[in-house]
Design a protein around this ligand. Sequence first.
Ligand code: 0A1
Ligand code: ZN
Length: 873
Amino acid sequence: MRTDTARTIRLKDYKKPDYTIKKTDLTIQIFENYTQVESTLHMHKNPEVVGFPVLQLNGIDQQIQQIQLDELVLTESDYQYEDELLTVQPGKDEFVFKSITHIKPNENTSLEGLYQSGTMICSQCEAEGFRKITFYLDRPDVMSVFTTRIEADAKQYPILLSNGNPVEQGELAGGRHFATWHDPFPKPSYLFAAVAGDLVRHDDVFVTQSGREVSLRIFAEAHNAHKTDFALDSLKRSMAWDEKRYGREYDLDIFMIVASDFFNMGAMENKGLNIFNSAAVLASPETSSDDRFDRIEAIVAHEYFHNWSGNRVTCRDWFQLTLKEGLTVYRDSQFTADTHNATVKRISDVDMLKAAQFSEDAGPNAHPIQPQEYVEINNFYTATVYEKGAEVIGMIHTILGEALFRQGTDLYFETFDGQAATTDDFIGCMEKVSGHDFTQFKRWYVQAGTPNVAVEESFDANAGQYKLTFTQSCRPTPNQPEKRPFVIPVKMALLSEQGKELPISCDGDFNSDTSVLLLKEATTVVTFSGLNAKPVASLFRDFSAPVTVDMALSDQDQMTLATKDSNAFNRTNALQSVFVEVIRKLNADIDSAIPESVDELIKATLGDGSLVDAVKAQMITLPSFAVLRTMFSPINAQALAFAREKLKRHIAVTFAEQWQQLANSLASAQPYEFNAAEAGRRALHGTAISYWVSSGQVEAINFAEALYRAAENQSDRLNGLQAVLSSDDQERSEKLLTHYYRQWKDDTQMVETWLALNAGQKSFDVAQANALMAHEAFDLTNPNKVRSVLGAFASNFEAFHAGEVGNYQFIAEQIVKLDQVNPQVAARFTKVLESWRVFTEDRGVPMKQALEMIVSTDGLSPDVSELAMNALK
Ligand code: 0A1
Ligand code: ZN
């Protein structure tokens, strides 16, 4: 019944639904080859609507057994099922719609709706997956109270779960059993979940601030069951944090997490029953690196926080996606910052924003955090909606300060509890509590593109006045040739040459409590007075706005910022800018000299006892290709790869002795513990080993191999292994990879990592990719495996872009093949090719040809065709 007529959905066409569903009763009967879904919907006509419009319910791949309106069983001539819509004609204000349909979870490789994941059956309904389970008004502004009964074979599926609280369970004839769940909180269908499986359960309890006991349960298949401790602990800490920081208490009697090996994204916040990608929840020191622990903790928190920002207050329509995602990403980043180290978190978040979101903003699929139209909503789960959305929330916080921001969120949660809200509703609350006018600020929601702020400075020694001129601009993005000025908060300080913060007195819109200067015009001139020497401006502290900044600084000022700025984020940023400029020069001329400032900065950073290890590691690590490529136009892939490599080798060789010393002194002594200090130590250890190996010393690579072999935790293991893999010693690399696989081939997460390590090698190519995809460990229907190979290859700049140009054709072929299996995942890979205009022709042309090949393929999903066609426009 699926047709490929892609339709454009527009925000301006939003209309309230004609009918709503007060109560939803489902009976899901799982059988060997199919599942029967019986759905009883208690429907009401919207009182504002005159007459009786036809009722159109969404439904995909539904094999109809019976359709019934109240007591009347409809015949085929009484309803119509085409274009994924079932149309019936009701004649009453209140009625019951009932359908019995069959679906096939075991044939559902899209992993949307109800599908088989290993030995279990599970669901994924956001954004529009529920329509693959049964006929429904599958839109977030239709909120209903769900009661769900699941029936299945008792041996094969001893665990049966759905949203809410358990109400009944029992045995049935023929070795079958059932469980009934009731969720008292009205919710949209995208938050529905059902799970059936043979799962191992890990229990705990959380007592809420008002003294209620909540049962916590994590479920996993037996092979994954030993890795749930950390997620459970993260969950409890998240629950406590949300009470303290946002006053948000959990509401049901039970909170469950299920780990699934087959999952399109990271995880899903279904009410009371979160379903997670195994890779985003299962952790153990033996198999998970610090980065993985970090990510798991953040995702557990993120999904939990959605219980309020997303579930209790949900979105009116999918154009409001950033309402729940931007806010929840912001909340989870605050949680991580509070739990570990705020500077470390900010540096890595901004890095990620630059890598993933700035590139999106600069490309043909650029969209504002609130897109105005879409063809396939799944294509809008982007870094823009999520991460830039979080930056926008962060700017509101920066502008209002902590107390007002918290009053605003309190008002928002109270006012819109149980409702489907809009981004305007959220801003309205912020305006109400503060009296601040956010009208102009709201441009951040509707204008795409990364604004650039050019800053010029001048100093009048006689008058003791320092003047800053800020000029903002934003390049055109699709359908938006011109932008109006944004409100840009500049958190700032003026520093003496010794890095001391000077008192600020100025004529700008400056708030001295928050140290925030607001820019509102295309050009803003601010004069600072009472200064007896030219200060050094530390602007956009903690990255106070998602913008790029151009400011020509003297070498001396640059050094002051990179060695003395009291804002560690800005200090890091200043140091990284020095690296970028050197790489820029080497990119233009590989023989250009590397300035001494690089050596001075590395030396000063390594020797600075005030910096924690984690920040030191972040400071001295060269900017990634993902970040660098957003700063170059055109990108000459090979020149860029050589340039970065040359700078790396220079630093490696110059400080070889220090790297060796750090490699030895930072080695792990005690058993693995995941905390900020320990993870920071291991991060710096890894950085030192990586540089040391890059210096070419044989002792270094021996050290790395020994570390790999002796490691008792995955972070140490990867610190050793990755250093070997980045060396030119191919033989040793292969030997270790073979050893790794042999050792860990029965561990799903370790195998995924192994695939990614292979595909992350500098010399990786199409032949190796084909071999890896033919390996027993690979499975095209498993998104994690696909991401581990194709994702890792495509983000391996040196192999993918600086390697053979045939890589582009290869990825295009894989996209087309994958599209038949899982359109949502396939579509994500088309983004790899969309930046073809930015590359020099040797790469740009074959990238474009690869896109053309995709677009000329028959039967493409709307997911892939929307992104690929836009990329060629
Ligand atoms: N809401 C989830 C992410 C998510 C979105 C879409 C999905 O399938 C199309 C799955 C998960 C989150 O923000 O974590
Ligand atoms: Zn989310």
